[in-house]
Design a protein around this ligand. Structure first.
Ligand code: NAG
Ligand code: NAG
Ligand code: NAG
Ligand code: NAG
Ligand code: NAG
Ligand code: NAG
Ligand code: NAG
Ligand code: NAG
Length: 736
């Protein structure tokens, strides 16, 4: 299991890095910390000298030596090597909002866009090439066909970004920077924005890659690769490296991206677990992005399917879950008795005939000290070469296949029961991964005959007509910290996504696998996130003045309703539903919110006026004044935590802004959950708009008693409908 997980994680699906690994300085007991000071009211020079004088005051003479990075462009703070004692002093200093260790964050298309109902031929704004997507990731491979700049003019005049290091930008990739506070590079790291991993190249091309025809992975899944906004520009902020994405570097990336003038930020990475909002680099960065009118889209992370596993929790972030699409890749195994078993994997190899099939438990390398109970798992060196050579081997476990291939087998059937089934990827020889019950039937067949044979077929695309489902690995809510905010926000395709890949990045972790592929197919919430970032940018091309909250609302209220097979996670798995690009561009109404509303939310959540003044950069409003103005955050979903057998009686004030037709009449439609004793009422239940931009408020009241036998999650929905637009918000009552 351990071996297996490390394989999945290192296989570029996401980089899993030890959650607790705070980086230690070799020569003393100092660790890298971020000192976050909120909004920046000073220029670079005075902010920098303030940072240094604070450090001198605390550390003394050596201050300069321990200072790492300064955040002075878009917000205020710095990173430094500090002792625990020094951290305590900083925490008590005036103007310091939070001090937290710089921890590691995890890196959490062809048919996917068509499946979303977003064909190549959609209408596009002529201003699409003025939109800039900021990608915080592992860098990019600029020579990929997805990023050529043929037909692009110079960057839009507002652009202030630059290109750093041994790296040439073009008119498609118009900015590229890299950040590494600790200066510790791995041998394979390029000390430039160039991507040696593949993750960043993949996500950037899903969001905004050019149209590239006949893209495929070694002949599989052939189609046209493209981003959501293929004409948009890309600016790259490399904060993720072989050893992870440190908070200190993620903050530098946000600081620069905001100041450079990007329109949307996409971050397919996040903390290993949910953290307090101002101890989380993405939440802090996204807050200041929002203040500057920039929406941040983030992956929900890959720690599902257990509840409360999402680390993307801030209301100003759009958090994306990963779902399936209508094509799946299967790798059939045909047995000598005619039985065909559909396994999973990405298998480009074609076996020419039937081969002998052997159970790994029947082939231990006894001279090397292995017995059947160990060889059945196909661990390293455990197989007897004489017995497996030229055969297909059935293993009771799964790994990268290297040991089986080295023993001389022609193919391998692996068994995997885990929750990460959809993450099964590439191998260096024919492999199909089956579930335990399928493995049992194969084992029965082997036992039933003297001459068991099998063939592993090349993977094929299969249509899956059933509704898209949320991948098991996708992190779930409820929101571990801010219970009133539904997380994740919505779902997008994140299983087996084909997108651009650097020629230097391997597609397996097997040593010596030197296959070069311009496109690779991988899975993760990391792959779902840039689908949404692309459509957020698409919406912005048509509605350049919309706030981040308005774009977020448009994406959420138009998402297609989903359902789960098990009703234990429902909205906490998929949020508002499945991304629907063409509806999102015409939402009719939006639930808007601005900086002040989020700050008021922070007051409600117990932040002090002093913190608010630092974060917000406005020393005139106190929390009590702010809470007077905005009582509840105008969020496009409704969450009600409840206790069983206790009556609930809550109401929500919400305000919708008309962005559809000037004169329109919306009627409230309630989808009542199938639970007695639950009542949802909307007042007023008709909203009549007379002009674009007009705001109208309503009150949604929920009365309920969840009884002992009711599901732990009961959900309904409110849909405002004018006959043209359906503006849908889920209503979730749950027992936490
Ligand atoms: C594309 O734009 C044209 C002209 O504005 C419009 O008539 C048509 O309905 C649009 N098509 C779609 C699918 O939005
Ligand atoms: C710059 O990048 C090119 C292309 O990857 C590489 O060949 C060259 O060695 C690099 N030069 C330096 C100084 O790193
Ligand atoms: C197989 O080997 C392992 C470790 O060498 C040992 O713990 C186990 O008892 C052995 N199993 C059998 C069935 O001999
Ligand atoms: C058994 O393992 C040893 C050590 O790895 C290896 O040298 C030997 O060739 C193996 N024997 C067989 C029959 O596979
Ligand atoms: C076993 O199967 C193989 C492959 O189908 C075949 O070539 C061979 O003749 C069979 N041997 C016996 C003893 O049936
Ligand atoms: C099709 O989708 C269903 C869930 O909707 C899933 O359980 C099943 O495994 C999928 N089939 C294939 C072949 O991927
Ligand atoms: C607010 O801050 C400004 C400058 O930072 C200062 O001049 C002003 O006196 C402050 N006002 C209050 C009410 O504290
Ligand atoms: C809801 O809005 C109404 C009208 O603006 C206001 O009177 C009421 O106090 C608000 N209620 C809450 C709970 O915010």
């Amino acid at each position: 299991m351990k071996n297996h997980l490390s394989f999945i994680y290192s296989c570029c699906v996401l980089l899993l890095l030890s959650a607790s690994s705070i980086q230690a300085d070799p020569d003393d007991n100092r660790n890298v910390y971020v000192v976050y000071m909120g909004h920046n009211t000073q220029d670079h020079t005075s902010a920098s000298s303030l940072h240094l004088s604070m450090l001198k005051q605390v550390i003394g003479r050596d201050a300069e030596k321990h200072l790492l990075q300064r955040y002075t462009k878009s917000f205020h703070g710095f990173s430094a090597r500090l002792t625990e004692e020094e951290v305590k002093v900083f925490k008590g200093m005036n103007g310091v909002v939070s001090v937290f260790p710089s921890r590691n964050n995890k890196l959490a298309t062809t048919s996917s866009w068509d499946f979303l109902g977003f064909p190549l031929t959609v209408n596009r704004s002529t201003t699409e090439s003025d939109i800039i997507i900021g990608v915080i990731d592992t860098g990019i491979w600029p020579e990929s066909p997805s990023f050529t700049d043929m037909g692009y003019g110079p960057p839009p005049p507002k652009w202030k970004g630059i290109c750093e290091g041994n790296f040439s930008c073009n008119n498609k990739i118009i900015g590229a920077r890299y950040f590494k506070a600790d200066g510790r590079y791995d041998p394979q790291d390029f000390q430039s924005p160039r991507d040696s991993d593949g993750h960043g190249t993949h996500t950037a091309s899903t969001a905004a890659g050019n149209i590239v025809r006949n893209a495929n992975l070694l002949g599989l899944h052939t189609g046209t690769a493209r981003g959501g906004v293929p004409r948009a520009r890309i600016s790259v902020y490399k904060a993720c490296w072989t050893n992870g994405c440190q908070d200190a570097d993620v903050l530098s990336a946000f600081d620069a991206a905001i100041a450079d003038g990007v329109d949307i930020i996409t971050v397919s990475a996040g903390a290993a677990f949910a953290r307090e909002i101002f101890q989380d680099s993405s939440s802090i960065g996204a807050f200041h992005a929002m203040k500057n009118g920039i929406l941040t889209v983030q992956s929900a992370s890959n720690n599902g399917p257990s509840p409360q596993t999402t680390s993307s929790i801030a209301p100003w972030v759009l958090s994306v879950a990963a779902g399936s699409k209508n094509t799946d890749l299967i790798t059939p195994v045909r047995l000598g008795n005619g039985l065909v078993i559909n396994g999973f994997s990405t298998n480009p190899f074609e076996l020419d005939k039937m081969y002998h099939l052997i159970y790994a438990g029947d082939a231990p390398n006894i001279t090397a000290g292995f017995n059947s109970s160990r060889s059945r798992l196909c661990i390293k060196d455990s197989l007897d070469k004489n017995l497996v050579k030229g055969k297909i081997v059935l293993c009771d476990g799964s790994n990268n296949g290297e040991s089986v291939m080295l023993a001389g087998a022609v193919g391998c059937i692996m068994t995997y029961a885990g929750p990460f089934f959809e993450l099964m990827n590439s191998y260096t020889f024919p492999v199909s991964v089956v579930k335990p019950d399928q493995a049992k039937s194969i084992a029965r067949y082997i036992r039933s005959t003297r001459n068991a044979t099998a063939v592993i077929m090349k993977s094929e695309d299969v249509k899956n007509a059933s509704a898209p489902y949320v991948a098991s690995f996708s992190s779930r809510g409820p929101n571990p910290i801010h219970r009133s905010i539904l997380k994740p926000d919505l779902t997008a395709p994140g299983v087996k996504i084909l997108a651009a890949w650097p020629p230097v990045a391997p597609i397996t972790q097997v040593e010596g696998d030197s296959r070069v592929v311009p496109f690779n197919m991988i899975s993760g919430t990391s792959m779902a996130c840039p689908h949404v970032s692309g459509i957020a940018a698409y919406i912005k091309t048509f509605n350049p003045s919309w706030s981040p909250a308005a774009i977020k609302s448009a994406l959420m209220t138009t998402a297609s309703p989903m359902s789960t097979l098990v009703n234990s996670d429902a909205e906490f798995a998929y949020g508002a539903g499945y991304l629907n690009p063409l509806k999102a561009v015409r939402p009719g109404l939006v639930y808007d919110a601005g900086e002040i509303d989020y700050v008021s939310f922070l007051c409600q959540e117990g932040y002090s006026t002093e913190d608010i003044i630092s974060i917000f950069g406005d020393n005139t409003s106190s929390c009590s004044q702010l809470m007077e103005q905005t009582k509840v955050l105008n969020y496009p979903t409704f969450v009600i935590p409840a206790l069983r057998s206790q009556p609930i009686r809550v109401s929500f004030n919400r305000t919708v802004t008309n962005v559809g037709s000037a004169t329109s009449t919306y009627r409230a439609m309630i989808t009542q959950p199938h639970v007695s004793g639950l009542q949802i009422v909307v007042e007023p239940d008709v909203l009549q708009f007379k002009e674009i931009g007009q705001k109208l408020s309503f009150k949604l009241s929920v009365q309920a008693i969840l009884r002992v036998l009711d599901e732990p999650i009961v959900s309904g929905a409110l849909t405002w409908d004018d006959g043209v637009h359906q503006v849908r918000s889920p209503i979730v009552v749950h027992v936490p």
